[in-house]
Design a protein around this ligand. Structure first.
Ligand SMILES: [Zn+2]
Length: 89
């Protein structure tokens, strides 16, 4: 592991800035292997312009977040489904 490899809980601050509710408890279904994982259990790879959250089982990139100037670009194409509990706002 490199120093910038963390688990998804470390992305909590970034996710909270984008989504106005607790996202580390949201669940993603991996488009690569079908595993359902809470965001907090994903593997976080941070880089200069953003972050990538990967499946802990098969390493598929589920969420790519890039921060360019005043906006976030979020690529969710690696996940087949995003599950967010209702009533958490
Ligand atoms: Zn997977």
């Amino acid at each position: 592991m490199q120093d910038n490899d963390l688990d998804g809980n470390a992305a909590g601050g970034l996710l909270n800035e984008i989504f106005p509710f607790e996202m580390t408890a949201a669940e993603a279904i991996c488009g690569g292997c079908g595993t359902m994982s809470p965001f907090g259990a994903l593997m976080l790879y941070q880089h200069g312009m953003g972050a990538i959250l990967r499946c802990a089982d098969c390493d598929t990139a589920l969420i790519r977040i890039t921060h360019i100037r005043e906006s976030y670009r979020i690529d969710l194409s690696g996940m087949s489904c995003l599950r967010i509990a209702s009533g958490i706002h």
